[in-house]
Design a binder for this molecule. Structure first.
Ligand code: BGC
Length: 758
């Protein structure tokens, strides 16, 4: 194949890519001169590469020597042996592998490539490091409940320290898909239903993974996924059709991606789904017109796992060759797992069906990413088996997992202040999650291990609690004699802790549910135990919001504990026994019933909103449940007694280019020090486009000592009131806005009105 000359235009493009990265606030130190030098190296490589080598640079495969659970998550690369995968890499047919087996695996592959390949282009090693590597942190939706993005930044930093120590350059995280249908299993992987929370956690996680400098040996490249609107699948059925207005796409689903890119993420993954008839992997409008031309994204787009090949089953590609053509032309730079680019790109270019410039552009982006990660300077910078061991599960990381754990626990109810428990109380811990090394770390842990996590019973014993343990039921099947044993245990105890919910593989990829309930055998167990009449605390384990019913819903105290990771049981015990006061808030609404899904707090009023009080006909409501959440977004109690009042907004006038302070007095009249998450919501009373009943525009965690009160202040500017207008661009309209400073999306809190004046 003919060698290419280095054109000035292409060199400038690579320089611009590096410079754009350097110009991001975190990368200010990288200099333009370096960028130009790097780009000319990259151009020289592109000029030296054959078409086959270029296609290989765009081909990422699952590691044939997968780490821990990798083989279960994704089948290893096309049935290849590790040895043949190494030979493929040496032959230039691979850009790298993902979900491999740590530093030893990476070392063997990288060494072979650096010693034996023609161009010695280092491999890149990727992995799904979603919520921790060896030390596992709460599932992302749980961590979002902390309403503390800085915490997510710290756990992502700790995950990068371990994972980069194990040879991983690139994480397929953060998952920034907004999730508004709790039937969808991948709710667990994101930051929930709200756009502001989604943006804040997306940016925080990118900062955490990428650290100070991408070249550091404890930094990983972040990949914001899945671009885009993957969470809007019809019926919450994973991979299903998405049909959205451009307004909703831009207002709800895209902002967390923009936030991730603004925070420095230079890779993104095309989603499996279609949007209004066009699968993302083949969506030129999405991947090129919007992402690149409108947003100026300079990074790399990787397909999802066989996402290009799936264009055939979507019915938009005739065969693998056609699928590769559509994907690369749309803007998918790198192909994951299908091998279609390696198989077909050279021929597509030779046949004139794909311009060589397009392939070069994708190769340039790939090589630039490798260069940003410092791989050309030192291909082994993250690969060191000793460092892998040393960095794994350090005490500081485990302490952070515990902190993230208790900060993620949401207390939904605490009637009669039955929590916290006295350590002297005789507690019957009942339920399938009471004890045992299972369902602790949650889904999407390639390298974590339930065996190394602390279960609930151990955590309660560690805290000095007096407990008995009775399983009572299986997760989805009854246990013979289980209910009887549980009832007997409850009778002999002073308090019951009922540990119920979903197994960790009931959520995650491809795990959609039609009924988002506590499985029936566990519900039956709860009913029988409730009949004993002892004070009962329900401790839920869950990867999504659940529709709680009967004895579970009616228990005096309920904790939402997700899957908290390595320190699960200790973190729950911290809350149960009052070492810590709960401070987390629901990032997803808990509906009354499954049939309300998709349900989210910032819905529209409709022309016939449900009136307060008795059910009235011809209103937007179900026959049996209110058009509301049982436990709304933002809800979560503390061990204090919190009141909101005395709303103030100055003269209530927000000048067009000005700022207006709104505030409320928040009082803790309880006996415990707490952290209260104070939330600011607005509603645009009249606009040219219908606006949500409420929208979160700011939040703040405030420490309140017993008896303390604090005036909590927020500053509102015009941009908080923006929406995607009739003219298909962001707009703000003057007028009156209702404002709430409140403890949840359904609480009145302290409220008033402001007027935006032009
Ligand atoms: C998932 C991605 C993941 C990839 C690689 C796919 O099935 O959708 O989120 O990064 O596999 O493991």
């Amino acid at each position: 194949m003919a060698a290419q000359t280095v054109s000035r235009r292409s060199a400038l493009k690579a320089a611009a890519l590096v410079a754009a990265w350097s110009a991001s606030p975190l990368r200010a130190a990288a200099r333009a001169a370096d960028a130009a030098q790097v780009s000319s190296k990259i151009e020289a490589l592109i000029a030296a590469m054959t078409l086959d080598e270029k296609a290989g640079q765009l081909t990422l495969m699952p590691s044939a020597w997968g780490g821990s659970k990798a083989a279960g998550l994704n089948p290893p690369g096309n049935g290849q042996s590790f040895e043949s995968q190494i030979e493929n890499a040496v032959a230039g047919k691979l850009t790298g592998v993902f979900n491999g087996n740590g530093a030893v695996m990476a070392q063997r592959m990288q060494r072979a490539v650096m010693e034996r390949s023609r161009l010695k282009i280092p491999l890149i090693f990727a992995a799904d490091v979603i919520h921790g590597h060896r030390t596992i942190f709460p599932i992302p939706v749980g961590e979002a409940a902390s309403f503390e993005p800085e915490l997510a930044e710290r756990t992502a930093r700790a995950a990068a320290f371990e994972a980069a120590g194990a040879g991983i350059d690139w994480t397929f995280a953060p998952m920034v898909d907004i999730a508004r249908d709790q039937r969808w299993g991948r709710v667990m992987e994101g930051a929930g239903e709200d756009v502001l929370i989604g943006r804040a956690f997306a940016a925080a996680r990118v900062r955490g993974f990428q650290g100070h400098r991408l070249t550091d040996d404890d930094a990983m490249l972040a990949c914001a996924k899945h671009f885009a609107a993957y969470g809007a699948a019809e019926a919450g059925l994973d991979y299903n059709t998405v049909d959205l207005s451009e307004r909703t796409l831009r207002e709800v689903y895209l902002p967390p991606f923009k936030a991730a890119f603004d925070a420095g993420a230079v890779s993104t993954m095309a989603s499996f789904n279609e949007i209004s008839g066009v699968p993302s992997t083949a969506n030129h409008w999405l991947l090129t017109e919007l992402l690149r031309n409108e947003w100026g994204f300079k990074g790399l787009v990787v397909s999802d796992y066989t996402g290009d090949e799936e264009l055939i089953l979507h019915g938009v590609a005739r065969d693998g060759r056609d699928a590769a053509r559509l994907a690369i032309l749309a803007g998918t730079d790198m192909s994951m797992a299908s091998n279609l680019y390696a198989l077909h790109l050279p021929d597509l270019v030779r046949a004139g069906e794909v311009p060589l410039e397009r392939v070069d552009e994708a190769v340039r982006r790939t090589l630039t990413i490798k260069s940003m990660l410092g791989l050309f300077d030192d291909p082994f910078r993250r690969i060191d088996p000793n460092r892998e061991k040393y960095r794994s599960r350090r005490p500081a990381a485990l302490a952070l997992a515990r902190e993230a754990g208790w900060k993620s626990i949401v207390m939904l109810k605490n009637e009669g202040d039955i929590l916290p428990l006295a350590k002297s109380a005789k507690v019957a811990v009942i339920g399938p999650f009471a004890a045992g090394q299972h369902d602790l770390i949650g889904g999407w842990c390639v390298y974590g291990d339930d065996e190394q996590a602390i279960d609930l019973a151990t955590g309660m014993r560690n805290a000095g609690g007096q407990i008995t343990v009775t399983q009572g039921s299986g997760i989805e099947e009854p246990l013979e004699g289980g209910v009887e044993a549980a009832v007997a245990a409850a009778r002999n105890a002073e308090v019951v802790v009922l540990s119920l919910g979903e197994s960790q593989d009931m959520s995650g990829e491809a795990q959609s549910r039609v009924d988002i309930v506590v499985p029936p055998p566990q519900q039956a167990l709860a009913e029988a135990v409730a009949a004993v009449g002892k004070p009962t605390v329900v401790v839920l384990r869950n990867g999504r919001a659940l529709a709680l019913a009967g004895a579970v819903r009616d228990a005096p105290a309920i904790l939402v504990t997700w899957y908290l990771g390595s320190e699960s049981g200790n973190a729950i015990a911290d809350i149960l026994y009052g070492k810590r006061s709960p401070s987390a808030r629901l990032p997803i609404s808990f509906p009354y019933a499954s049939g309300q899904e998709p349900y989210y707090y910032d819905r529209k009023t409709t022309g016939r909103p449900q009136p307060a009080g008795e059910r009235a006909d011809y209103k937007a409501q179900f026959r049996t449940v209110p058009n509301a959440a049982l436990f709304p977004f933002g809800h979560g109690l503390t061990y204090g007694k919190i009141g909101y009042g005395d709303f103030a907004a100055g003269d209530g006038k927000l000048a067009w280019d000005g700022a207006l302070e709104v505030s409320a007095l928040v009082v803790n009249s309880g006996k415990r020090a707490v952290d209260e998450v104070v939330q600011l919501y607005v509603h645009d009373k009249v606009a040219s486009v219908t606006r949500p009943v409420r929208q979160l525009v700011a939040f703040r965690k405030v420490a309140l000592a017993p008896g303390a009160s604090q005036r909590v202040r927020f500053t509102i500017r015009r941009d908080a009131l923006e929406f995607y207008g009739l003219a298909d661009k962001p707009t703000v309209e003057p007028g009156e806005f209702k404002v709430w400073i409140a403890p949840s999306a359904q609480h009145d809190g302290a409220s008033g009105s402001i007027t935006l004046v032009r």
